[in-house]
Design a protein around this ligand. Structure first.
Ligand code: O2Y
Ligand code: MN
Length: 602
């Protein structure tokens, strides 16, 4: 099999193990040729032209959306498929009760059947990529083999790719072996397998998002969380943002929220008038993943391993996220949104009114108000339609994104969507109590998710779908990090979604959330007063700056109220969840549950 690259037949690496692995995978998948991705502009142009010529991508209106492309996935391939996602380890106990498990032997055998000959007549692209700045001691290198140009072009935005990564890898560097094939996009032959003991990922039968951009959830969370446990750091599903205070000093927070809680919007927040006047400014470091480690100063430092955003389009508009709207004006790949006649794009709850006509995410003619056979309105864009855009284009991007050392973290924030129970913000009593707060995090289902509306789904640290090992051990690992930290970030919980008796949100959310972040930083700097409640510290009256915000006293009272009846039910629900970990749950977490239960009963 000849190895083709832009310089024909030259394999651009001396890494013997890498070359051997590429040969082995090619022997199984049988591609017509192999292209080593160098990351150059000329190569990008070649790939775009090739994808446009086959219809894999559509070149959008280059006057209105320069450098932008459109892609539509298969109708049954529009989101991560958690039920087809497995962690493959020798021992089942390793993955715990919240992951799907398969033995490595069965995993390689089962997926091997789907991979066999899957790339016949196609090109296999070899993408060397770095999660984190190339050459940073905290970055990890992966190599993804794929038969999808869409994947190559997305990885080009989401990670750092190409020859510079191969050079960094040298002749014997470690890398994650990532194999992907669309195969025939058959959902019955789709598998997303992680082999943490082999530092490998196999994904077959999908062409979409988290299933195929293997640097993202697969490497940077599932495989990385396993590495992080072994190496003593944290791989987390967290945004990282810098808050520039009126005195020009920037402090950083890391925050974990389950999907559909507005993580990208928070990471790119623009201060409300009242706080802008005070001199606040937000710097976006990352909107999805944080790798955090204890540095020589004894503090927690974080890097965003990604280089782009893979954000949800519907609901993104200039009011909810002005910075995202500015980011996606150029060099962006839009997936499964509505395609307009003038080759621009549209989605529900965006900036523009619906166009008179267009082609929907399924490739069918669409017009506003169109209904299906059951009388339901047909959406133009899929609810999980996405934009892939370079982080460097975000007006609020932090210059520290490319900083090898990352940023020091002052506060860790957990959050969920709860109509009742959780107050707007509370501070945990200690690191250990904070780990318990994170371990019992939960969100209620919205109409946008499958399942019963209002049903509580526990999602510890927002890592339930992404932790690559037993979550009982994961909590223990968090507790261990606390023991090693000399400068400990404070841990908080926020809930933007509490509703009043009328069912309406009590808190305006969006940019006003900065008022809560201001209080959090004030707490980190001993500048704000608190009131002790059984679940944590809440802001004392007047310590949350509400200047210019039209919110009545009753709503405020309700936002911070701890309803004993609701909380006693909550404690029972937490107990049920924590029990699934059996003996794997650290004693300290039970201890915190018991202490909180006692405080609530008093
Ligand atoms: O549905 C997908 O494949 C993407 S899911 C996703 C994308 C970007 C950031 N976060 C997520 C997530 O599910 O947490
Ligand atoms: Mn995410």
């Amino acid at each position: 099999m000849p190895f083709l690259s832009s310089k024909k037949n030259i394999v651009p690496t001396k890494h013997i193990a890498l070359k051997r692995w590429v040969e082995e995978m090619a022997a199984m998948c049988k591609p017509a040729d192999i292209v080593w991705v160098d990351g150059s502009e000329a190569e990008k142009k070649r790939l775009e032209d090739a994808a446009v010529s086959t219809g894999e991508m559509i070149r959008l209106n280059q006057e209105k959306l320069p450098g932008c492309f459109y892609h539509r996935t298969a109708v049954n391939d529009v989101a991560r498929t958690e039920h087809l996602t497995y962690i493959c380890t020798k021992k089942k106990e390793e993955v715990g009760p919240t992951n799907n498990w398969m033995s490595p032997k069965d995993g390689y055998k089962k997926a091997g059947l789907y991979f066999r000959g899957a790339m016949k007549g196609r090109t296999m692209y070899v993408i060397p990529f770095s999660m984190g700045p190339v050459g940073s001691p905290f970055s990890k290198i992966g190599v993804e083999l794929t038969d999808s140009i869409y994947v190559v072009l997305n990885m080009r935005i989401m990670t750092r790719i190409g020859q510079k990564v191969l050079d960094q890898l040298g002749s014997d560097g470690e890398f994650t072996k990532c194999l992907h094939s669309k195969a025939d996009l058959d959902i019955d032959k789709r598998l997303i397998l992680h082999f943490p003991e082999d530092n490998a990922i196999w994904s077959v039968g999908s062409g979409y998002g988290g299933n195929v951009l293997l640097g993202k959830k697969c490497l940077s969370l599932r495989i990385a969380s396993h590495m992080a446990k072994q190496e003593g750091w944290l791989a987390e599903h967290m945004l990282i943002m810098g808050i520039e205070e009126p005195n020009g000093h920037v402090e950083y927070i890391a925050a974990a929220f389950p999907s559909a809680c507005g993580k990208t919007n928070l990471a790119m927040l623009i201060p409300p008038e009242g706080l802008k006047v005070k001199g606040y400014k937000i710097w976006t470091v990352g909107d999805d993943i944080a790798w955090m480690r204890i540095d020589s100063d004894g503090a927690l430092w974080a890097v965003n391993p990604e280089a782009g955003f893979f954000g949800v389009a519907p609901g993104t508009n200039s009011k909810t996220n002005f910075n995202a709207m500015s980011t996606i004006k150029k060099n962006t790949i839009f997936t499964n949104v509505l395609l307009k006649k003038d080759l621009t794009v549209w989605w529900e709850d965006g900036d523009e009114p619906p166009p008179a006509e267009g082609i929907d995410w399924k490739g069918k003619p669409w017009k506003p108000g169109l209904k299906d056979e059951n009388g339901n309105i047909i959406k133009g864009a899929h609810p999980n339609s996405r934009f892939t855009s370079p982080a460097s284009q975000c007006p609020s991007i932090s210059f520290r994104l490319d900083h090898h050392h990352g940023v020091p973290i002052s506060a860790i924030v957990f959050g969920g969507r709860r109509a009742h129970v959780a107050p707007l913000v509370y501070e945990s009593f200690s690191w250990q109590h904070g780990v318990y707060v994170g371990a019992t995090m939960a969100s209620e289902r919205t109409a946008a998710q499958v399942g019963k509306i209002g049903e509580v789904r526990r999602d510890p640290m927002a890592m339930l779908p992404f932790c690559g090992y037993n979550m009982g051990d994961y909590f223990r690992h968090w507790l261990g990090i606390g023991k090693r930290l000399e400068k400990m970030p404070k841990i908080f919980n926020v809930n933007w979604f509490r509703v009043g008796k009328d069912g309406k949100f009590l808190w305006p959310g969006y940019s006003e959330n900065l008022r809560v972040l201001e209080w959090i930083l004030d707490r980190c700097n001993d500048r704000a007063q608190v009131v002790k409640t059984p679940v944590g510290y809440v802001p004392a009256q007047e310590s949350l700056d509400l200047t210019g915000l039209n919110i009545n006293k009753e709503a405020l009272k309700e936002l911070f109220s701890i309803d004993k009846f609701d909380w006693i039910q909550e404690m029972e629900s937490q107990k049920e969840f924590l029990s699934i970990f059996g003996d794997d749950l650290p004693e300290e977490i039970w201890h915190e549950w018991e202490e909180q239960n006692k405080r609530l009963q008093e």
